[in-house]
Ligand binder design. Structure first.
Ligand SMILES: O=P(O)(O)O[C@@H]1[C@@H](OP(=O)(O)O)[C@H](OP(=O)(O)O)[C@H](O)[C@H](OP(=O)(O)O)[C@H]1OP(=O)(O)O
Ligand SMILES: Nc1ncnc2c1ncn2[C@@H]1O[C@H](COP(=O)(O)OP(=O)(O)O)[C@@H](O)[C@H]1O
Ligand SMILES: [Mg+2]
Ligand SMILES: [Mg+2]
Length: 347
């Protein structure tokens, strides 16, 4: 025990919105990290980052040019600090097209023998009027479709969705919008949490299936809060979900899930994210990734304190497979400081 005092301590500065601080920075996490020699320290966003710390690592879920500038500056003065994760890499997840594009980048190599994966058919639209002229409605997209805001920046607006059954439903669209084919998936969604090398898959309830026979009588659109109304009354919201035993739902093959997770982690150069997966009821062993979120609600993950503490420890002791601030990446950040260099997309 006496030796403990000589062990090096590490500090992690966190830059998180109030809501995230409340859910993520719990005493149980702070204390466990402390026992492992890691101090979690709140970053004061009203003060320049360079005047704070020094931190061995900066953990954040903050956006905007001002914050990027702060991070860049911090790295210039603290070149050995580790930033989890880089804004350029995170940004890819703020657009529902680039977000899922990455899935096709890893698709071919990783499809399992027993199961395959991909994304639902989708298109992006800027002018809904054009969709009225039937021909533009191309690429074999079939009703019903889900209209999702193109931008996924965490705002309430970016989570507002419509289920569209016929072209009349386009009237309510506020473009730019992604139209994605609705896929029946048995009312169960799999949320896969990724924390560096760690992968955890949990089940959650989702939108109920829409019977084919029902479709002829369905027109226009429904906002998500109304979705349960379109199914027969025995499937109505709570009652339906209570009866539909989540526990009975079969889990996806873990080998497939970990392969996707590893592929995404490497392709996106991100360490902290989750993704939503559904199983296409029609096909059975086909899995579709529908959403990827940066730094999700980890506190909902069983044993999140030890998973995150292990990850911090690995990062601080350089045990994470991928080196963080490799020269190249640091250069990109620093370069971006100068005028005219906009070639920093993570694609
Ligand atoms: O609020 P929480 O804890 O439910 O976490 C949200 C996530 O829920 P999940 O962990 O997947 O169940 C949520 O995931 P979903 O989009 O619901 O799949 C988002 O990651 C959300 O972040 P943002 O608002 O999109 O920036 C997350 O919200 P923030 O807390 O990061 O704002
Ligand atoms: N293509 C789809 N087919 C069926 N259900 C879907 C589809 N896309 C989304 N959903 C349902 O809508 C919910 C919200 O969509 P998602 O893309 O995850 O948006 P968000 O970023 O707001 O979580 C999902 O959790 C799922 O229940
Ligand atoms: Mg989601
Ligand atoms: Mg999301």
């Amino acid at each position: 025990m006496a030796e403990m005092t000589t062990t090096k301590r590490f500090s992690i500065g966190y830059g998180l919105l109030m809501k995230k601080q409340k859910s993520f920075i719990q005493d149980s996490l702070v204390n466990l990290a402390k026992e492992r020699g890691i101090d979690l320290i709140k970053i004061d966003t009203d003060k320049p980052l360079v005047d704070q710390g020094p931190f061995d690592c900066v953990l954040h879920k903050l956006y905007g040019e001002e914050w990027r500038k702060q991070l860049r500056e911090y790295l210039v003065y603290n070149p050995n600090a580790i930033v989890v994760d880089f804004p350029d890499a995170i940004e890819r997840l703020h657009n529902r097209i680039s977000m899922l594009d990455v899935v096709s980048e890893i698709e071919e190599v990783k499809s399992d023998e027993m199961a395959s994966f991909g994304i639902p058919k989708q298109i992006v639209i800027y002018e809904p009027e054009k969709l009225k002229e039937a021909k533009t409605w191309g690429e074999g997209l079939k009703f019903p479709v889900i209209a999702k805001p193109l931008v996924a920046d965490g705002s309430a607006k970016s989570h507002k969705m419509l289920l569209i059954f016929s072209s009349e439903g386009f009237d309510k669209l506020k473009p730019p919008t992604v139209l994605q084919e609705f896929v029946n998936h048995g009312g169960v969604i799999f949320k896969v949490y990724v924390v560096g090398k760690y992968v955890k898959c949990v089940k959650r309830k989702s939108l109920p299936d829409i019977a084919e026979e029902k479709l002829e009588s369905l027109h226009g659109s429904l906002s998500f809060s109304q979705v349960s109304n379109l199914t027969s009354h025995d499937r109505n919201d709570d009652k339906y979900y209570k009866r539909m035993d989540l526990e009975d739902a079969e889990m996806p093959p873990m080998s497939l899930i970990t392969n996707i997770a590893r592929g995404l982690r490497k392709a996106m150069k991100l360490h902290l994210f989750n993704f939503d997966v559904i199983r296409d009821t029609k096909v059975g062993n086909r899995y579709l990734v529908i959403d990827i979120n940066y730094f999700p609600g980890y506190a909902k993950m069983p044993g999140y304190e030890s998973v995150l503490t292990d990850f911090f420890w690995d990062v601080l002791n350089k045990k994470e497979a991928r080196s963080f601030n490799s020269d190249k990446e640091l250069m990109k950040l620093v370069d971006n400081n100068g005028a005219g260099s906009d070639n920093v997309s993570s694609a």
